[in-house]
Design a binder for this molecule. Sequence first.
Ligand SMILES: Nc1nc2c(ncn2[C@@H]2O[C@H](COP(=O)(O)OP(=O)(O)OP(=O)(O)O)[C@@H](O)[C@H]2O)c(=O)[nH]1
Ligand SMILES: [Mg+2]
Length: 647
Amino acid sequence: MSFNQELDRHGVWRKDFAARLQNLAEWLSGRDLLGVGVRERLDHLRAQLKNDKIMVAFVAEFSRGKSELINAMFFADYGRRIMPASVGRTTMCPTEIAYEPQEPPCLRLLPIESRLQAQSLLDWRQVPQKWEQVTLDVHDPEQLALAIQKVAEVRRVSQQQAAALGFWHEEQPEDNPLPGPDGLIEVPKWRHALINIAHPLLKQGLVILDTPGLNAIGAEPELTISLLPQAQAVVFILAADTGVTKSDLTVWRQHLVAPDQVRESRLVVLNKIDTLWDDLRTPAQVQAQIAAQRSDVAAVLGVSAPQVLAVSAQKGLLAKINHDPELLAASHLLELEAALGVGLLSHRREILRSSTALGIDALRREISRLVHIRARDLIEQVQELESLRGKNTSAIRQMRLRIEQEQAHFDASAAKIQALRSVHLRLLNELLVLLGATHLKTEAQKLVVALRQPGIKFGVKRAYAETFERLGAGLVRANELAIEIQSMLEGSFKGLNAEYGFSLQVPTPPQLMQYQHDLQKIETSHVHYLGLGNTLRLARTDFTERLTRALMSRLRVVYDTALNELDIWNKSASSQIDAQLRERRRHFSRRIEAVARIQHAAGDLDGRIRELEQHQAELHLVDAQLTELTEQLMSDAQEAPADAALA
Ligand SMILES: Nc1nc2c(ncn2[C@@H]2O[C@H](COP(=O)(O)OP(=O)(O)OP(=O)(O)O)[C@@H](O)[C@H]2O)c(=O)[nH]1
Ligand SMILES: [Mg+2]
C-alpha cells in the first residue's frame, strides 16, 4: 500500500473514532454522566486524535531533488511543479507544508533578520504579525507555484551582516560562501516558511518539511536540534549522477546519524536514476549499474542495501502528470511511497492506538465510578423506604430527623476536604515550579555562561553534563513530590471512603521518570552537533544564544508534556471529589424529599418504591450499554481497521 493510501486509511480511522467519541459524549450527557472529570478525559482523547501530526523531512545537499521529490509524491495532482525545483541552489529556507483549518490558505515567511533577536522559532510561531503573509489560491496552480517561489528568495548583505546572521565565519573560511564582485554576500531572505494548504494528505495530519542544502542553512542549530528530531521520518537524498560527495556525507553526519535514531524512520533515496538510462545499453545493464550504485551507497553510509531506494523524482512527477503508467513504474516512485507508508505510518498508528486505548480505559473507569455511586444510593433509598412499611407517622418523622442529622454531619466533611485540598495544592505548586518556564530559563542561562568560558572547546561535554545533571535532579525531586502527593491522596481517599462511604479511587500517578530519557536524547544530540566542528563557533555570542534557544524550545516541549500529564492527574483527583460531593448532596435531598412525600401521603410508599426500582432497572441498562459502548471503542482502538474502511 502506498504512503498516500496508508495515510488515508489512518485518517479515516481517526475521523471515525473522533465521531464516535462525540456520540459517546452526547449519550453520556443525556444520562447526566458527563461530569468535569469525564469531559476532561474525552477532550484529551479528542485532542490527541486531532493533533496526531506526522512530519516527514526531506534532507540533502542542494540540488539532489528534495523539492522535486515532494512535488512528485504529494503535489502531482496540481498538474505542475508547486515547490520550486531548478538547477543550483533553489530552496533557501526550511519550508513546512501543513494544513490548519482555522487559517486561510497562505504562505507565511519569517524574515532572516529575526535571527538577530533573542526569540526561538517556537516563539516566533506565536507572533503572526512578524511573518510576511501571502494569500494562496489553491484553485490556481500557476498562482500557487508563483507565490511559493518566494522560498527561493535571497538578499545581498555585507560580510559583517552575513556574519551576524550566521552565514560567514572567520574561523571556518572553507565553509563561507563566495562574495560577489562588489564584496557582498548572498544570504537567504527568509529564515523559515510555513505553507498552509488544504491538501487531502495534509488534512490528515501530514506535515512536510523541505530543507535547503548545506550553506543556505548557515549554522542554524534550530533545524538540527529542534526541528528534525521531531520528524517521524527523515528522507535523505543522493543523486545518481553525482554519487556520494563529501558534502553529502557532511549532511548525512549532521542530520541523519544522530544518536538514538529510530532505524526505520530513516530512508535513503538514490534519485535521478533516469540519468543512467541510456539507449546504448540494455535495460539489464542499466539495472545492474543502479544495483551496484545502491550497494556502494549502502556501504558508504553504513546502512543495509534494501534501505536505499533508487528512484527518479522528475520522471515520477512527469508520469503522474501525464498518466503514464510505464514511466511511473520505471521511476520506482511508488516503491518509495510504499516504504514510507509501511515503515512510518504503521509505527505511528501503533503509538496513537495504544495511547487511545489507555485513554478509553481511564474514561470507562471514571464513568463506571459514577454509575456505581448512583446504583448504591438507589439501593440505600429502597432499603430505607422498605423499613418504613407499616410504620406510624412518628417513625417517619424520626427517620426524617435522622437523615437531616446525617446531612449535617456530611456538610462538616467539607471543611476536612478543604484542608486536604490546600495541602495537595501546596505540594503540587512546589512540583510545578520544578517543571516551570522560569526554572528552565535559569538552568539554560547557567549553561550559556559555562559555554562562553574561554577555552570551552574541551569542556563542552562537561558543561552539558552538568546542566543536564541539574535538570535530571530537578526531575527526580519532582518525581519524589509526585510520589508524596500520590501517597497522601491514597491515605485521605481511604479515610474519606471509610468515613463517608465515598468510592474515591486514586488516579494513575504520573510517570515523570520517563522524561529522563527525553532529556538524555536532547543532551546527546547537542553534544553530537557540537562535536561536528561547531565547537569553535561557541566563541560567538550569537551562536551560543541561538544554540541555547534551540535547547530551550526542545526542553520546553518535554516539560510541557510532563505538565500536561500532571494536570490530568490533578484534575482526575479533584474532579472525583467534586463529583462525589455533588452526588452525595443530591442523594440527601432525594431521601428527604421521598420521606417528606410519604409523610404527607402515607399510602404513596409502594408507589415510591416502585419508582425507585424502575430507576434501578434503567441504571442497570445504562451500565450494560456503557460496557458495550466502551468495549467496542477499546477493540476498535486496538485492532487494525478493516479494509472496508477505505471503500
Ligand atoms: N534528471 C533528473 N533531474 C532531477 C530529478 N529530480 C530532480 N531533478 C532536477 O534537479 C534539479 C534540482 O532539484 P531540486 O528539487 O530543486 O533540488 P533540491 O534538493 O530541492 O535543491 P535545493 O532546493 O537547492 O536544496 C532540478 O533541476 C530538478 O528538476 C530526477 O529524478 N532526474
Ligand atoms: Mg529545494
